[in-house]
Ligand binder design. Sequence first.
Ligand SMILES: C[C@@](CO)(OP(=O)(O)O)[C@H](O)COP(=O)(O)OP(=O)(O)OC[C@H]1O[C@@H](n2ccc(N)nc2=O)[C@H](O)[C@@H]1O
Ligand SMILES: Nc1ncnc2c1ncn2[C@@H]1O[C@H](COP(=O)(O)OP(=O)(O)O)[C@@H](O)[C@H]1O
Length: 287
Amino acid sequence: MPVAELAPAKINLALHVTGQRPDGYHLIESIVTFADIGDHLTFSLADEDRLSLSGPFAPAITGGPDNLVARARDGLRGLLQARGVEAPAVAIHLEKNLPVASGIGGGSADAAATLRGLLRLWSAGSISIDEIEALALSIGADVPMCMAGRPLIASGIGEKLSPLTGMPRFTMVLGNPLRGVSTPEVFSRLASRQNTGLVLNDPRNWMSILNASRNDLERAASDLVPEIGELCELLRSRGAVLTRMSGSGATCFGIFDSRRSADHAASMLQAERPDWYFASTETIAGS
Ligand SMILES: C[C@@](CO)(OP(=O)(O)O)[C@H](O)COP(=O)(O)OP(=O)(O)OC[C@H]1O[C@@H](n2ccc(N)nc2=O)[C@H](O)[C@@H]1O
Ligand SMILES: Nc1ncnc2c1ncn2[C@@H]1O[C@H](COP(=O)(O)OP(=O)(O)O)[C@@H](O)[C@H]1O
């Protein structure tokens, strides 16, 4: 039986950069949630390993060994084979719906979905959660949070995760000017690496928490992609009550009062900017 997994878009509702480790990785404090849209993956046993691609953003990536899906598959197989567990050949199909290098963790979400899917397909129950988490982190700093796939606070370099049980759903429009942004380049251009941490003063009032927080990568990313400022202005002009960049950009989200207003804004914005990406979505609630 084929196994199917959704790789939901990751949204950094806030991202504060609070320091830097000696190895160069930055310390962050981030409020993270997940959208109800994303890439779709299927996994089935096959004669040989295959990775096929479809979807609007498939042309931006290849199905070779550097694809984060292939890296997750190979990493998990290595762990299993080291303990004598079989990890037979698998055909994976990735429907790439999320823009690439866009701050919503598409590649990381795909890697996390691959680990989840292959753990099911290969019935690999003998591997400990600690080993899976270490493998996820070795693929990318964002992969552990994408494995968790629930509202959370991420700290450290993104691997220390605290669930947020009271997080409400947010109705939002995601927008992207379809200019890929390199995550290391954005981090390397930061004017300040020692900024204040998150303040979660009133956990019942999420809009006030979000209004008082920031994305410390937004300025550096906007220097590379000036359309980010324009995109946030466009989202506000269509009724967004709060706009911000996610991750290292260039995707920005606008929070709307209702699904109806978000759907309407997304279709108006798409008509206004047919060459950009827009999608309305509802984020998942913490439980
Ligand atoms: C910025 C964030 C926020 O969630 O998201 P995206 O923009 O990627 O979605 C993440 O920290 C990105 O995570 P991820 O994309 O998995 O990063 P990695 O592949 O591990 O690292 C790519 C490069 O980014 C820099 N990097 C990444 C994470 C971090 N905490 N500090 C860093 O300085 C390093 O230069 C590293 O070599
Ligand atoms: N399955 C994948 N989906 C997206 N990007 C991938 C994938 N595999 C490898 N990559 C590479 O990973 C890099 C980061 O992509 P992505 O995860 O989409 O960025 P971000 O984390 O900023 O949203 C890109 O340069 C892309 O070429």
